[in-house]
Write a new protein. Structure first.
Length: 337
């Protein structure tokens, strides 16, 4: 075959794949970027949906401009939890009341790492938590993390370990295939308080075996925290069924929330109220407007909030969550594979 006929055959094959692609119809849903033929940087910043400019304008005109402060009661107070439930149902395999949208991934990692270590080392003296997880066991002083994890995860782990008098235990995984069940099994023990890993490796794209690793961590009596930044919106997950304790992820990559849009955190039902996050601002209090003398944490997932949520930055992701719901996360995964 000549080069030219090979090119034509390749082009024909690509056109056939495009014609059979159930997601191709959605290309028009996104803002066109002149000069960009194929955008392969959604793992860093997703592109905006075409209706985002009008949605933002309507928000300024109506919800903010016309309804003014009434919008807090009418819709914004509940938005972090409502959006969390949508993300949970459509992308995480999480039942309602366990996911909340707030802060950045870095801040949520801090809250959950710190909360988990405090829980594991806490003064209560109990040794067994739900499903055999660590609870108040003074012997659990190790935080397990891996060398290839995203810098913010490693830096936060170092900071939290120093703050809590914990020891970091490092996994050195294969740089291409990522962290394995055996890597984790080799380091966890009765000293492990928390294991914190990324589901998808940000450099190689390696996909960790979330259910098997979570099970190994639980067998050791420790808690498991997953960073889902590179999997939320593209890799199907079943956090509830897989017994995941905690997870965080960002919304500006595959959830197309826009630069700096807030992150989400998942904390499964039976850990809520056991694990106390450290930035206990008024939005995490049982009664936000009690203005009382002492802090009482909220019962539900709102306990992970701290201060006033960034409502404007929660607008753009809503259309993308709807689009993922329409297309189905399994279809998105099939196309990426
Ligand atoms: C895997 C992973 N974790 C954490 C972060 C940090 O997120 P943020 O800067 O929003 O806190 C990123 C950012 O790209 C990331 O890719």
């Amino acid at each position: 075959m000549t080069d030219r006929s090979a090119d034509t055959a390749l082009l024909d094959a690509a056109r056939t794949l495009d014609a059979a692609d159930p997601l191709a119809a959605h290309l028009d849903a996104f803002v066109e970027a002149p000069g960009v033929t194929a955008y392969l940087d959604g793992n860093s910043l997703g592109r905006p949906l075409r209706d985002v400019p009008e949605k933002l304008a309507a928000f300024v005109r109506e919800d903010w401009g016309t309804r003014l402060i009434r919008s807090w009661d009418e819709q914004w107070m509940a938005l972090p939890m409502e959006l969390g439930d949508r993300i949970g149902a459509i992308t995480l395999g999480a039942g309602p009341g366990q996911t909340v949208v707030s802060d950045s991934t870095s801040v949520l990692l801090y809250k959950l790492m710190r909360g988990a270590l405090r829980q594991a080392q806490g003064p209560r003296g109990a040794t067994q938590g739900p499903r055999g997880t660590a609870q108040g066991s003074a012997g659990r002083t190790e935080l397990v993390i891996e060398e290839g994890n995203f810098p913010t995860d490693r830096f936060l782990a170092e900071g939290v370990a120093a703050e809590m008098g914990a020891t970091l235990r490092w996994i050195t995984p294969d740089p291409v295939h990522g962290v394995t069940v055996d890597d984790v099994a080799a380091v966890v023990s009765e000293r492990t308080a928390l294991v914190s890993l990324s589901h998808v490796d940000y450099r190689s794209g390696a996909l960790a075996d979330m259910p098997a690793i979570t099970a190994v961590v639980h067998d050791a009596g420790a808690l498991m925290l997953w960073d889902l930044c590179h999997s939320a919106g593209v890799v199907p997950m079943q956090l509830d069924d897989w017994g995941v304790d905690m997870a965080v992820g960002c919304t500006y990559k595959y959830l197309n929330g826009g630069p700096g849009s807030p992150a989400f955190a998942y904390l499964r039902h039976d850990l809520q109220g056991l694990l106390r996050q450290p930035i206990q601002g008024w939005w995490s209090a049982a009664d936000i407007f009690a203005m009382g003398p002492e802090y009482v944490p909220a019962d539900g997932i709102r306990q992970l909030l701290s201060g006033t949520p960034p409502v404007t930055s929660m607008l753009a992701m809503q259309g993308m969550i709807d689009l993922i719901e329409q297309s189905g996360i399994d279809g998105v995964r099939a196309k990426s594979e």
